[in-house]
Design a protein around this ligand. Structure first.
Ligand code: CDP
Ligand code: CDP
Length: 222
């Protein structure tokens, strides 16, 4: 069998990575892998076990029985940890608040990177769109298509806030900016690495962003 084609997409929170990657995967008949979901699921497990998320050793100790699974179908994927369906729970603000601390632990990153590569290799489709923060640089640096999806911070915050009530919007915006700053100290997803194409969605609506990504993919395959 031929290895699936990898489309690697990185970017900050609210740049449109997940929604755009999903739509691109759907258009191409590819699989879709949201890598942030795994960091969130491990953070959820830490909270569930009452582990100290600020202690690297406590977080590393969880890896042994981190029984994680995620579907790669862009039309409805679910996330499980052991017997628990955590698809919704990992989106809660209490998880977002501790995920950066979990994600900065080197052993965690090594463990999850290996996991992402085996999930991608096993996908039963001609390709897979993988999105996160270090896909273009660490997880799949040899991918034939590598894209950094960006948008100005105010636009990214506004997009996330549009999903929420006015009251929640402000604090979520601030929490998001804070999380980006913490994450950027660990992996650089604000600057495109060599050979990575930047797609700036600041002035593009959702459909145009999907088209722009498809264009980059088409250009890479000609
Ligand atoms: O969708 P959103 O931008 O809110 O975040 P996410 O993609 O669900 O990622 C959640 C968290 O996981 C990020 O804030 C990072 O701390 C971590 N992450 C990472 O370190 N490396 C990745 N490849 C993906 C996510
Ligand atoms: O995964 P990430 O945090 O990068 O972003 P997302 O959750 O995919 O997108 C955040 C919101 O922005 C979603 O509601 C998208 O529909 C929206 N979006 C937009 O309004 N315009 C774009 N060009 C891209 C995304």
């Amino acid at each position: 069998t031929v290895a699936p084609v990898v489309v690697a997409i990185d970017g900050p929170a609210g740049s449109g990575k997940s929604s755009v990657s999903k739509a691109v995967a759907r258009r191409l008949g590819y699989g879709f892998l949201d890598t942030g979901a795994a960091y969130r699921a491990l953070a959820w497990l830490a909270l569930d076990r009452g582990a100290d998320t600020e202690s690297a050793a406590s977080v590393v100790a969880l890896l042994d029985d981190f029984d994680y699974s995620i579907g790669t179908d862009p039309d409805g994927y679910s996330v499980r940890v052991g017997e628990d369906d955590v698809t919704e729970a990992i989106r809660e603000p209490r998880v977002a608040a501790v995920v950066s601390a979990v994600a900065r632990v080197p052993e965690v990153r090594a463990h999850l990177v290996a996991m992402f590569r085996s999930i991608a290799a096993a996908v039963d489709r001609p390709g897979i769109v993988i999105e996160g923060r270090d896909i273009t640089t660490i997880v799949a640096p040899d991918a034939p298509v590598r894209i950094l999806l960006t948008a100005d911070e105010t636009v990214r915050m506004a997009r996330r806030s549009a999903e929420l009530t006015d009251l929640a919007a402000d604090s979520v915006g601030r929490a998001l900016a804070e999380r980006d700053r913490a994450d950027a100290r660990v992996v650089d997803f604000l600057n495109a690495a060599d050979g990575v194409t930047t797609v700036d969605s600041t002035h593009l609506d959702f459909n145009r962003t999907v088209d722009a990504v498809i264009t980059v993919i088409e250009e890479a395959s000609t």
